[in-house]
Design a protein around this ligand. Structure first.
Ligand SMILES: Cc1cc2nc3c(=O)[nH]c(=O)nc-3n(C[C@H](O)[C@H](O)[C@H](O)COP(=O)(O)OP(=O)(O)OC[C@H]3O[C@@H](n4cnc5c(N)ncnc54)[C@H](O)[C@@H]3O)c2cc1C
Length: 271
């Protein structure tokens, strides 16, 4: 019996598990080591951010797949590989030996090039941490709407989100974040019908501000130029501020001096 260990529950390993359900590997004991039960499917992530999908709809249930394939699943992070002794060392202290090893742990943005990004920015990957930060933003925004309704002076609370990276992911996120936050704003306004009429609903630009900073002069530089142009117009029409040809070097907390863009939340999704 040979031992095959799969490290990480990324897209390729999810497909492999599905494959093993109908075509089990003979004479092979398989173990999947993953730090999450539910692997996010990133293609649907922007749709989840916009509120189009439920959490379960855009996550792959690795536990269910592993059980169906008769594969052992261990929930922990791998911290070290000892290739000389063919050992895998995990954060929970467990050590696994292997004959064959497959790694599908994905990638995360490199924050080391941006001063302050570790403290004041949120990388889009690992996705679970990003989604936790997004839930915090949604909670803040819902509370802000509630407070606004109960506020006699009608001083509306504002929110600014800055995204770093104008590839497909960054552009999708900017549009979908705005969509969900505008929906919440609209919902609360419609609740207080005396103040607003649904026909007159308009998201105030001073209340919700979304910035997108991109180091190239074109958005989505790896796509046809027309795609970038189209999206640039679309973002402009939606009131999203685009800063092209700008490289982010430093992120500081709000209200610090310097030539900086004020932001409550900064999401980093650069290549
Ligand atoms: C907003 C956004 C939208 C995107 N949209 C698309 C799209 O529409 N189409 C497309 O093709 N791509 C899209 N992408 C890119 C896509 O995310 C990646 O190409 C894809 O996720 C790569 O898959 P992967 O299996 O390599 O890694 P991942 O999907 O990142 O999976 C890696 C897994 O390994 C786990 N892991 C990591 N480290 C360890 C460890 N030490 N021990 C145990 N487990 C670990 C992680 O928790 C994760 O579950 C998008 C990305 C973003 C951010």
């Amino acid at each position: 019996m040979r031992k095959l260990v799969l490290v990480g529950g990324g897209h390729s390993h999810a497909i492999a598990l599905n494959h093993f359900i109908n075509q089990p590997l003979i004479n092979t004991q398989i173990t999947l080591i993953t730090d999450v039960f539910q692997a996010p499917y990133s293609g649907m992530l922007p749709g989840y951010i916009a509120g189009f999908y439920e959490h379960t709809e855009c996550h792959i249930d690795l536990n269910k797949l592993a059980r169906a394939a008769g594969i052992e699943i261990v929930i922990t992070g791998v911290t070290k590989l000892d290739v000389n002794n063919q050992q895998i060392i995990c954060s929970n202290g467990q050590i696994f030996t292997y004959d064959l090893l497959s790694i599908n742990t994905g990638s995360t943005p490199d924050l080391s090039q941006i001063i302050g990004a570790n403290n004041y920015g949120t990388p889009v990957k690992p996705v679970p941490q990003f989604l936790t930060a997004w839930q915090d933003i949604l909670e803040y925004w819902k509370h802000a709407q509630n407070d606004d309704q109960n506020n006699d002076q009608n001083e509306e609370k504002s929110l600014t989100i800055t995204l770093v990276g104008g590839g497909a992911g960054g552009v999708e996120l900017a549009l979908n974040m705005q969509q969900q936050l505008a929906n919440i704003d609209k919902l609360y306004k419609l609740k207080s019908k005396s103040k607003y009429k649904s026909r007159n609903y308009k998201l105030e630009n001073h209340k919700l501000k979304i910035n997108l900073i991109h180091r190239n002069l074109d958005l989505l530089p790896n796509y046809n130029q027309q795609v970038g142009k189209y999206l640039r117009n679309l973002l402009h029409d939606r009131g999203i501020e685009i800063y092209l040809g700008e490289s982010v070097q430093k992120i500081v907390p709000k209200n610090k001096d310097g030539d900086s863009l004020p932001s409550y939340h900064c999401t980093v999704n650069q290549d």
